[in-house]
Design a protein around this ligand. Structure first.
Ligand SMILES: [Zn+2]
Length: 70
């Protein structure tokens, strides 16, 4: 049986592994209410709105914290 003379380097091994990994593009929308990035078919994480209606209550502290970051 053929035996490899040397073991492949760390770089070579990881280059091969990374080459077969999928890199997915994530589509990101913009919330019409607060204009923050939102995932499609998800309620907005910062204001809790989905399709113009508030569907998820967001704590006042979280709202303030996210606005201050901008
Ligand atoms: Zn929003």
């Amino acid at each position: 049986m053929a035996v490899p003379k040397k073991r492949p380097s760390h770089a070579r091994t990881f280059r091969r592994k990374r080459a077969n990994e999928k890199r997915e593009l994530v589509t990101v929308g913009v919330c019409p209410t607060c204009e923050s990035p939102v995932l499609p078919h998800h309620a907005c994480p910062s204001c809790g709105h989905y399709k113009g209606k508030e569907v998820k209550p967001v704590l006042e502290k979280e709202k303030k914290a996210k606005k201050e970051k901008k």
